[in-house]
Design a protein around this ligand. Structure first.
Ligand code: FES
Length: 251
């Protein structure tokens, strides 16, 4: 059985919320139910590959918005047509304030509430710098924290932290440190993001844009996020943070 993989910190998700993460390059939807229990399920409908990301969740199941297939969150089994094949579910482990997932065969039997005992230590440090050359970069970034309740942080900082949870599935680096986010603005509870892709034909583009929007709309300070894709200036590796370049072996 494969090892647990850390995907998030406890502070990144609250009851009633969901978070898009990756385990072994597979998109996974991490859900914290209203009672505080976590569930994690492959974020790909077995009928036709549609993400389940925004699908309604009720009675322990998630519905694919495309054609209505429903999957049991504990087993991954399809509960109605048109899906006929199960999708992967994951065991959730909470340790030292971090959330770990591991593929599971069979049924999820534990709940894994975050408790005082397992949420003591905050999770992993985020990369520290963002390149600011080129136009139109307008990011104001400081050290990140996973706690959106931290009142010392501005809305822009919280939005940047939220965008850091969105991972480019090809490069496995978050979109902020990849340099894909050009500007972050807000007007009341509306967020406006200008961002780009590593190439105009990036096949993961729609998924990245959708996840960026969702990551922002999970914030208490944001009701609606508008993501505008811009291709000028074009993305180049120089836009990445040092940490991202190190990760890719670019010096
Ligand atoms: S893609 Fe999910 S039901 Fe068709």
């Amino acid at each position: 059985m494969s090892d647990y993989e850390q995907v998030a910190s406890v502070g990144e998700i609250e009851p009633g919320q969901r978070l898009s993460v990756f385990v072994d390059d597979v998109p996974v939807l991490l859900v914290q139910k209203d009672d505080g229990c976590y569930a994690a399920i492959e974020d790909v409908c077995s009928h036709d590959g549609q993400p389940l990301t925004d699908g309604p969740i009720a009675d322990g199941a998630i519905v694919c918005e495309r054609h209505g297939a429903k999957f049991d969150l504990k087993t991954g089994k399809p509960l109605c047509m048109p899906a006929t094949e199960s999708i992967q579910v994951y065991d959730v482990k909470i340790e030292n304030g971090a959330i770990f997932l591991r593929p599971l065969s069979g049924e999820v039997t534990s709940c894994n509430h975050p408790t005082a005992a397992n949420t003591v230590v905050a999770a992993p440090a985020a990369p520290k710098s963002i390149p600011t050359d080129g136009e139109p970069v307008a990011l104001d970034v400081s050290e990140s924290s996973e706690d959106e309740n931290d009142e010392s942080k501005s809305i822009d900082e919280k939005m940047i932290e939220a965008l850091r949870t969105v991972i480019d599935p090809e490069l496995m680096i978050n979109i902020v440190d990849l340099g894909l986010v050009y500007s972050v603005n807000h007007d009341g509870k509306n967020a406006y993001i200008d961002m780009t892709l590593t190439s105009p034909a990036c096949p993961a583009g729609p998924q990245i844009v959708q996840q960026a929007k969702m990551s922002l709309e999970r914030l208490r300070d944001v009701e609606e996020a508008e993501i505008k894709l811009v291709m000028t200036p074009p993305w180049s590796p120089e836009r990445m943070t040092d940490e991202a370049r190190d990760h890719l072996g670019i010096f």
